[in-house]
Design a protein around this ligand. Structure first.
Ligand code: GRF
Length: 223
């Protein structure tokens, strides 16, 4: 992949399919995202997403939690790789491992997570089932700054979609996937343009505190 000296350097952490990693790579390749992915980390050796990184010649480290005595030791190994990579932004894209407070504290304002719900609704797992069980008429995805609490950091951006009659969890996941890809690439591009920042638990967009998450519209812009 073409590397530009001045591009923002990012590390992407994955655990599974890696379709969001692939979306970032595609956006870089097509010239719509000015990012340099310097490192991919997976906590699972068998994560299919690793292949996307390998194909794009991005360094991959597999740091399996099973190889460490506790969370702290695993987190420390991940932190060491991230430090060496010189990544400026850490992107959790389907990373299914809870990170300890010592770790998240090191990356305050520099680590973001993609979550498949309209946060603060449905933190944690099984979001689609919980949306359906609640009878919600819409759902979506959110990107937030990572803080110590699970899926609890300030929300930067969201994309919304309707829940349709007859939807099951698979249908929701299938329809949300492409929207998540767009949300992630568009939000990361705002970081690349230095338009997003974190200050004392709040999100700054173009220097102003936002009271509501930025909303991604079908035209690809935020409103
Ligand atoms: C996405 O749905 C994301 O919201 C969640 O994990 C999934 C990752 O998908 N955190 P993929 O591995 O990028 O395909």
């Amino acid at each position: 992949m073409k590397r530009k000296q001045e591009s923002l350097k990012a590390a992407v952490l994955i655990s599974g399919t890696g379709s969001n990693l692939k979306a970032l790579i595609n956006a870089i390749t097509s010239g719509t995202l000015d990012l340099d992915i310097v490192q991919v980390v997976s906590n699972r050796a068998e994560a299919p997403g690793i292949q996307h990184a390998t194909t794009a010649a991005i360094p991959v480290s597999v740091i399996s939690h099973a190889d460490f005595p506790d969370r702290q030791a695993h987190d420390a190994a991940v932190a060491e790789i991230l430090k060496r990579s010189r990544a400026e932004l850490i992107i959790l894209a389907g990373y299914m491992r809870i990170l300890g407070e010592a770790f998240t504290g090191q990356y305050s304002g520099r680590m973001i997570n993609l979550h498949p719900s309209l946060l603060p609704l449905y933190k944690g797992l099984d979001t689609y089932d919980r949306v359906l069980a609640s009878g919600d008429s819409e759902t979506g995805a959110s990107i937030h700054f990572v803080t110590a609490g699970l899926d609890s950091g300030p929300v930067i951006s969201q994309v919304r979609m309707p829940v349709l009659p007859g939807d099951d969890a698979t249908a929701l996941k299938t329809r949300l996937g492409p929207l998540e890809h767009q949300l992630l690439t568009s939000t990361v591009q705002l970081f690349c343009q230095h338009e997003l920042a974190y200050r004392q638990g709040e999100v700054l967009f173009r220097g102003e505190v936002i009271r509501q998450p930025l909303q991604l519209k079908p035209d690809g812009n935020f409103h």
